[in-house]
Design a binder for this molecule. Structure first.
Ligand code: 7TS
Length: 405
């Protein structure tokens, strides 16, 4: 059965590829491509800077996109939505503008060992600059964070907890509700890296009570180059700007300047209106399907893929088997064959997977691995895609028969 969403993605239709690398970036539906095309044909100008109709149009679509994002994650106010380039920039903004200003030598920063480098390397910098200790929440053999580990590490003295909602390597869905509650009980703030969750499930920032939450548009059908930083208003208000320049100021004098209110304070320079328009259209597309359905489609695919991969004696699958806390990302290895070789053979069969350390070297090192193969799913994937992945893995087995363990 071909699912009804694949037809909306010209690149998949045209190239007849099985795209299993959506954790890296997703393909774009024609609806999003058309929305960007319409913007450039009808409304392109520099927003917030012109009194003429086109500039007002550009301002309007940009502001509407912000409102849509706020509603999508249930933020109290659209002022809490800062557009950035991507999750990485959002995380750096938090590290520089909150971390550097608020963390002291005697404080502790706690991260999970499964953080993407984007939510890890900035905190190494802050730790070195401030003298604060950097500690990690480690995983059990199934790639999960246990209650014990959370209670042991998130203790008095912890000021920041950085946690990815869903691991981009193992697909583990972390118990962020519990982590947020625990962190707040001892006075720490929590940064949720929702890069691998906002595209795939309903997220309610008010219910979660996250202090900061970040994600990238390009992992949820939107164009490259647009990201989101959500933050509690009081925290954002008390932070200094990240970048200085046009449109983030109120008054500028020769020796001094005052700054604009949220969200403009954090959006220096000409805004990525194209990105915001694309993100707005991507949200429309996802909401039209319904996030519950997106999650259902992916759960079914993940179960199917896990079942099929686990039947292969020459393949090792990493992470938990519990679908309850497993997103649509699966890491595995063909025993005895380097993941880059596996990915090349799969590519010759038009199956795109990622191989490598997935920008999570500390996690891989903790697991005693250098690299893995990774298949990640989105709404355009089908059972047939999983079958093609399995067939291509059999081909790999045939080609590397001598080395397979
Ligand atoms: N956080 C997580 C959990 C991610 O998976 C990624 C990107 C990022 C942050 C950074 O996102 P960016 O848009 O700022 O680059 N993850 C991946 C991946 O798994 N393969 O390629 C990029």
């Amino acid at each position: 059965m071909i699912n009804s969403y694949k037809k909306d993605f010209p690149i998949l239709e045209k190239n007849n590829i099985v795209y299993l690398d959506s954790a890296a970036t997703t393909q774009k539906p024609i609806q999003v491509i058309n929305a960007i095309d319409r913007f450039y044909k009808n409304s392109n100008a520099n927003p917030h800077r012109g009194a003429y109709k086109l500039s007002l149009d550009a301002t309007n679509v940009y502001d509407e996109a912000r409102k849509k994002v706020a509603k999508f994650i249930n933020a109290k106010s659209e002022k809490q939505i800062i557009f950035t380039r991507n999750a990485t920039e959002s995380l750096n903004l938090i590290a520089y503008c909150y971390g550097l200003e608020n963390i002291k030598k005697e404080d502790k920063i706690v991260l999970s060992i499964m953080e993407h480098h984007s939510n890890l390397v900035p905190w190494q910098y802050i730790s070195k600059k401030t003298g604060a200790k950097l500690e990690y929440l480690y995983i059990n053999e199934l790639g999960e964070l246990t209650d014990e580990e959370i209670d042991k590490k998130i203790v008095r003295g912890t000021k920041i907890v950085g946690i990815t909602h869903v691991s981009n390597v193992l697909g583990t869905i972390n118990p962020i509700e519990k982590i947020i509650k625990k962190a707040h009980s001892i006075g720490a703030i929590v940064i949720v890296d929702a890069s691998q969750s906002v595209p795939h499930m309903k997220i309610d920032v008010q219910k979660l009570d996250a202090d900061f939450l970040v994600f990238s548009g390009h992992k949820m059908l939107a164009p490259l180059g647009i990201g989101v930083l959500y933050g509690k208003e009081e925290l954002l208000n008390n932070m200094k700007p990240f970048l200085y320049g046009g449109d983030m100021i109120e008054y500028v004098y020769e020796q001094d300047a005052t700054f604009a209110e949220l969200p403009a304070k954090f959006e220096a320079g000409t805004q990525n209106v194209e990105g915001a328009v694309g993100l707005s259209s991507a949200i429309d597309y996802l909401e039209n399907i319904g996030m519950d359905n997106v999650e259902k489609v992916e759960k079914k695919l993940t179960k199917n893929a896990l079942d099929e991969l686990q039947k292969l004696a020459f393949v090792t699958v990493y992470g938990t088997n519990n679908l309850e806390n497993h997103g649509g990302v699966i890491s595995f290895n063909v025993n005895g064959v380097h993941p880059h070789d596996v990915a090349s053979i799969l590519d010759s069969e038009n199956v795109c997977i990622r191989s490598g350390n997935h920008c999570a070297q500390p996690l891989l090192r903790f697991m005693g691995l250098d690299s893995t193969c990774r298949a990640s799913f989105y709404i355009y994937n089908t059972k047939e895609d999983v079958n093609k992945l399995i067939d291509a893995l059999y081909k790999t087995k045939r080609m590397f028969a001598k080395w397979i363990r």
